[in-house]
Design a binder for this molecule. Structure first.
Ligand code: 5GP
Ligand code: ZN
Length: 115
């Protein structure tokens, strides 16, 4: 599968660095963010290296649908029942720090550190 050897999230996909995983299947992985902004803060990523949302092509449509659809299931599983926030930072002006497509899913009682 397409991977970037310098990409930290590709290393998580490959099991080369640890992560607190909450979900994985053949296409997607979800794990707790290392610096959470909210009581529950997970990242959902595709296993395949896609640098950002700006780099998706129509072939990725089904994958993106699955990625979005996983969020409510994970929040339920993690005990978040009062709503949650989804964020996809894209590119430099979008504030993206890790260049592997990911969706933040944030929930739990406020206040939160950010947002
Ligand atoms: P971005 O600003 O690119 O949308 O967010 C990247 C997120 O990845 C940040 O919230 C950051 O805390 C998280 N992150 C960066 N490196 C690691 C890591 O090695 N493990 C985990 N679990 N999260 C990471
Ligand atoms: Zn990657």
């Amino acid at each position: 599968m397409n991977a970037d050897p310098d990409c930290i999230f590709c290393k998580i996909v490959a099991g080369q660095i640890p992560a607190k995983k909450v979900f994985e299947d053949e296409e997607l992985i979800a794990f707790h963010d290392i610096h959470p902004w909210a009581p529950v803060h997970v990242l959902i990523i595709p296993r395949v290296h896609i640098a950002s949302l700006a780099d998706v092509v129509p072939d990725h449509d089904a994958l993106l649908g699955r990625l979005l659809g996983l969020a409510p299931r994970l929040m339920k599983q993690l005990g978040v029942h009062n709503g949650f926030r989804t964020v996809v930072n894209t590119g430099r002006d979008g504030g993206q720090e890790v260049q592997h497509l990911h969706m933040h899913v944030l929930g739990g009682p406020r206040p939160w550190l950010r947002g």
